[in-house]
Design a binder for this molecule. Sequence first.
Ligand SMILES: Cc1cc2nc3c(=O)[nH]c(=O)nc-3n(C[C@H](O)[C@H](O)[C@H](O)COP(=O)(O)OP(=O)(O)OC[C@H]3O[C@@H](n4cnc5c(N)ncnc54)[C@H](O)[C@@H]3O)c2cc1C
Ligand code: FES
Length: 258
Amino acid sequence: MKVKLKARIRSKEGLGAGYFILDLVAPPIAAQAKPGQFVMITVSESLDPLLPRPFSILEVGQETVSILIKEVGRGTRILHELISGMSVGIIGPLGNSFPDVSRAALVAGGYGVAPFFFLSRRLREGQVMDFFYGGKSKQDVLFFDHFERLLGRAFCHVSTEDGSYGKRGLVTDLLQPALERPDHGYEAIFTCGPTPMMRAVHELAHASATPCYVSMENMMGCGYGVCLGCVVPTSEGMVRTCKDGPILRSDLIEWESL
Ligand SMILES: Cc1cc2nc3c(=O)[nH]c(=O)nc-3n(C[C@H](O)[C@H](O)[C@H](O)COP(=O)(O)OP(=O)(O)OC[C@H]3O[C@@H](n4cnc5c(N)ncnc54)[C@H](O)[C@@H]3O)c2cc1C
Ligand code: FES
């Protein structure tokens, strides 16, 4: 059940290049949250900006919910200026979570890594995840050491567009050969990142007949199904990303209409 509260910022950690982590004290949200879910944050006490902003849950502690934020516009700039001890309005946990599978390929782009960080901390025994991570540059590749430690080096693959870290190129250049291996054994592919990247992942998944789930990051108004500000066209009609997602089957989405 979703909870709305004022959360104190326990800590704020800058990661460089406009990325930072906020640890928010929100015990009832932390207690319920599942990987893939998100929260809506009210960035200002005034009415400007009016709408709260959605962020994936990066990690939970006993009392805290952590979110990774990339500063892109006015709302995230205001959040970047906040300091420990201040409070923000938060609603969550919202949306669905990833389906439970034993072997999956995780494909992340930039801050799209956030839901996979949470997922990787909740793996059960016997689950195997291959992690593919792409960024424009080295500074857009976050927590890669964490994934290598947790999942094993052999299962972690990284690329950057400028070649400053990992292999030069796109994350789909790493995924494609893996999917072409007849013994890859993936029950599913999970992906989160920029829409063009997720569409390319969907196309590779479709070509290899592997089920693919995308975590959509489109604009949202309310975050819980009321405003219809987040609808995406699918073969089953318009669906609300916030309530029916954010994780949706990629083969249902009408990508050319996005
Ligand atoms: C379910 C979900 C989970 C998300 N998780 C994260 C996360 O973990 N970390 C994170 O940093 N961001 C995440 N986002 C994106 C985040 O919500 C936006 O970056 C934020 O709302 C931008 O607010 P702003 O006021 O700074 O930007 P605005 O001033 O509103 O816009 C500035 C620029 O950012 C673009 N933008 C705005 N909203 C989005 C969006 N939702 N997705 C992509 N581009 C956008 C605009 O087109 C514009 O170019 C998530 C979005 C969704 C829907
Ligand atoms: S954001 Fe309001 S219905 Fe989805």
